[in-house]
Design a protein around this ligand. Structure first.
Ligand SMILES: [Zn+2]
Length: 285
């Protein structure tokens, strides 16, 4: 795990300095698929940290992937949607970054949020709002969220956090169509192996607004988790209802990057969908 990815504390639980022995901080490897084991238990949750001398269950660092009841992604069923009234308006204030900062973390291609002029996400009104900072964004093929059981060719996740550790992930579903110029910059500059080293590409600007649909106001929202180990819950999800497009060649290029990354060797990096377990799924039309 890359501590540089955790500059705002996101995913920081396993790497933050603590009283735990260093050996307990070494996270064991994992990969896709997160296939269901007999009995419906997530296989990631069953991974044992062989370097840990801690007793059960503390030597299962990803146990939340298996026992959590508010896991992501989910299948969004149109019949489950509850229309949300009120003013929970989402506002993106993303900027063009002068130099693309990209890392292959062994599981995904991740673009770092800029630090000099951070990208922001606001909820609410000018008088009363919550402010989140974009930490990073990354890609999944096929989509992790499904709609009425159907997946999309790709999904982009924009990970945001507040300074006190609250997390919001915005999901953008991608359908096959026109070439997306901003996505192409990420694909063409993706490090080929999972070195966990952030590569700065001078002269290649990146505008994350180009990875958002023209209309960002409508979304589906629910309480969920990280979709990768340790699958921590307490993440508020906003899946935009409007889609963007990427070409079939771009989708294939990302599949090839995953296939050629030694710790993945698959053409997919999407977790299975999880049970709602009574959670509400709200629609902001
Ligand atoms: Zn993701």
């Amino acid at each position: 795990m890359n501590t540089k990815l955790n500059k705002l504390g996101w995913l920081g639980l396993l790497v933050a300095p603590s009283f735990l022995a260093a050996s307990a901080l070494a996270a064991p490897g994992w990969n896709y698929p997160d296939a269901l084991a007999p009995g419906g238990v997530s296989s990631w949750g069953q991974i044992v940290d062989s370097t840990s001398t801690a007793p059960v269950p503390l030597n299962y660092p990803y146990s939340e992937c298996g026992v959590g009841q508010h896991q992501s992604p989910i299948n969004v069923n149109s019949a489950d949607l509850v229309q949300r009234s009120g003013s929970d308006i989402i506002n993106f204030y993303y900027n063009t970054a002068d130099a693309l900062q990209v890392v292959n973390n062994g599981h995904n291609i991740v673009v770092e949020g800029p630090t000099t002029t951070p990208d922001k996400l606001y909820f609410g009104t000018l008088q009363s709002y919550d402010e989140y900072t974009l930490v990073q964004y990354h890609l999944h093929v096929p989509s992790e969220h499904t709609y009425n059981g159907a997946s999309y060719p790709m999904e982009i996740h924009f990970v945001h956090a507040t300074t006190d550790g609250r997390e919001v992930v915005v999901g953008v579903l991608v359908q096959e169509g026109a070439t997306n110029p901003e996505l192409q910059k990420i694909l063409d500059n993706a490090p080929p192996t999972g070195t966990n080293v952030i590569t700065t590409i001078p002269g290649v600007s990146i505008n994350p607004n180009g990875l958002l649909p023209a209309n960002t106001k409508s979304y589906v929202t629910y309480a969920g988790s990280l979709t990768t180990p340790p699958c921590s819950e307490g993440v508020n999800w906003y899946v935009l209802t409007n889609l963007i497009q990427a070409s079939s060649a771009q989708i294939a290029q990302f599949q090839a990057i995953l296939q050629n990354t030694p710790t993945i060797k698959l053409q997919a990096n999407a977790r299975n969908t999880n049970l709602l377990n009574g959670r509400l799924v709200n629609l902001k039309p």
